[in-house]
Design a binder for this molecule. Structure first.
Ligand code: FAD
Ligand code: SF4
Length: 485
């Protein structure tokens, strides 16, 4: 053990001894300040969570016991050294905490805002085993990343000398961005090709400003530019250029992080009526094309009675957007009960505070239109919960003969996504599953075509930001190993 490590260990022991464990667990969780629900349900662009102050963060950090066996870390898909950064917060060394986060997480300001912590790190925090609120790991992560950014002291990671080897990345979502960052740090010449006009994937076109401001994502993108990553937007790989073109142009490796942007529908009667669209279309138009503004060339209809079908984060984002755009009735229609909803708990809580109606155990069976072909009504089948299905959640079963009719003027379908088929279709011999996801070796993220690696939603189907990021990092490490042979 060198002298610095020894000092760090002693510092942790001293800090641990500074307060009894019982005192630490007796401190109530510090709550995140939020915008008033009445106010925020009319503003599309202001972030709901306001962030912790330094004093609040230090108080929350005191609750952490700095466990010898930190179970919280087992719940973090990228293995953030949680007690270390939390204890750095406790002592007020926020910039050191930011460096700790960056050792394993490429996008801490994003993850602190959108990760489902209550199912990951916080679910495994020792406090929960004592029937206490988990340490607010996500809130602290967000605080540290914001502090670093606002202080203007953003640390640019060290990069290895340029090796001149060209690497292409398809897609600029969290998988592509984290892959690009790690490869650039290793000295590669990285170019990210993005189909849309904006860089950031779902972080920009899906998740609304009131949950994840674009400015936060832009800082992360600028950090990548600072270490040499190049971005080419409006470029569809498989159409504008092909992977063969990239190969001919000297690219030695390709990482596919093209996501799962293909919306699913229910295939029920009336689903093609005017006023019914996918969440994907709705959110992209509002978030990237300014479609809620009167001056927009392609304005979105501002419904007053809006039903969003589904119970995930995408559904919550859509219904809360509709509310902000003036819906008097903004409804979630979900075929299971609230307990089975896949959305983050905080989003459900915020949605309820904003006046969203939750119509659970209801499933649409048809939509009816007026003479102009515009949706005006939906029929809902009442459901009950049966036995657990393959996902482990209790499956919804119809209650025979029980239906309800609800008036609507806009319906947004948010029942899941599939991988975009363009890349698999345009690359001969690339192995895909029956769901259209790309098959990879799970240890390396390499496909059956050695120069092509893949990760994120194109491999997993719709998943999470942190899993996409973890895949990008894993793929970078293994592509580097493969290219170094
Ligand atoms: P994406 O983020 O989908 O990025 C893929 C990118 O590739 C896109 O920009 C796309 O335009 C581009 N692309 C596709 N094909 C091509 C091509 N042929 N050529 C060039 N570019 C191409 N997860 C969470 O953890 N927490 C949340 O709160 C959360 N909320 C969500 C809310 C919404 C509305 C949505 C839609 C998803 C949400 N998710 C959330 C899921 C999460 O965002 C995704 O799992 C994650 O973004 C997947 O990352 P990715 O990099 O694989 O793909
Ligand atoms: Fe701290 Fe909880 Fe992790 Fe223990 S499990 S180190 S208390 S965050």
């Amino acid at each position: 053990m060198n002298i610095t490590e020894e000092r760090a260990q002693q510092w942790r022991v001293d800090l641990r001894n500074a307060m009894k464990a019982k005192e630490r667990t007796g401190i109530p969780r510090v709550h995140m300040p939020e915008l008033d629900p009445q106010y925020r349900s009319h503003t599309l662009f202001e972030e709901v969570n306001l962030g912790l102050t330094p004093e609040m963060a230090m108080q929350e950090a005191k609750r952490c016991l700095d466990c010898a066996n930190p179970t919280c870390m087992q719940g973090c898909p990228v293995g953030i050294y949680i007690p270390k950064f939390v204890k750095q917060v406790e002592t007020g060394d926020f910039l050191a905490a930011a460096r700790t986060l960056k050792e394993t997480s490429a996008l801490p300001a994003v993850c602190g805002r959108v990760c489902p912590q209550e199912k990951q790190c916080e679910a495994q925090c020792i406090h929960t085993k004592m029937n206490k609120d988990a340490v607010g790991i996500g809130n602290l992560e967000r605080f540290v990343a914001d502090y670093e950014r606002e202080s203007g002291n953003i640390s640019v990671p060290e990069t290895a000398p340029a090796n001149g080897i060209k690497i292409a990345v398809v897609g600029s979502g969290p998988a592509g961005l984290s892959f690009a960052g790690d490869m650039a740090k290793l000295g590669y010449d990285v170019t990210v090709f993005e189909a849309l006009h904006e860089i950031g994937g779902v972080l920009k076109y899906g998740i609304p400003e009131f949950r994840l401001p674009n400015a936060i994502v832009d800082v992360e993108i600028n950090n990548l530019k600072a270490i040499g990553v190049k971005f080419i937007n409006n470029c569809i790989v498989g159409k504008t250029i092909t992977i063969d073109d990239l190969k001919a142009d000297g690219f030695k490796g390709v990482f596919v992080g093209s996501g799962a942007g293909l919306p699913r529908f229910m295939n029920i009667k009336g689903e093609n009526l005017v006023g019914i669209m996918s969440s994907n279309e709705y959110l992209t138009r509002v978030n990237l094309m300014d479609a809620s503004s009167e001056n927009s060339d392609t304005p979105v209809f501002l419904g007053k009675k809006v039903a969003v079908i589904g119970g995930g984060n995408t559904a919550m984002d859509s219904v809360r957007t509709a509310r902000r755009l003036g819906a008097e009735r903004a409804m979630i229609v979900y075929r299971r009960s609230e307990e089975e909803m896949p959305a983050r708990l905080e989003e459900v809580k915020h949605a309820k505070e904003e006046g969203i109606e939750f119509m659970t155990l209801r499933n649409p069976i048809d939509f009816k239109g007026n003479v102009q072909g515009r949706v005006v009504q939906m029929t809902l089948q009442v459901m009950e919960l049966g036995e657990p299905d393959a996902s482990g959640r209790r499956s919804p079963v119809e209650v025979p003969g029980k239906t309800e009719t609800i008036e609507v003027d806009e319906v947004i379908i948010s029942v899941g996504v599939s991988p975009n088929p363009l890349i698999p279709q345009s690359v001969t011999g690339l192995e895909v599953t029956k769901w259209g996801t790309i098959v990879v070796n799970n240890d390396t993220m390499q496909t059956d075509i050695p120069m092509i690696f893949a990760g994120g939603d194109i491999v997993r189907g719709g998943a999470t930001v942190i899993l996409a990021m973890g895949d990008g990092r894993k793929a970078a490490a293994s592509m580097h190993e493969w290219l170094s042979k």
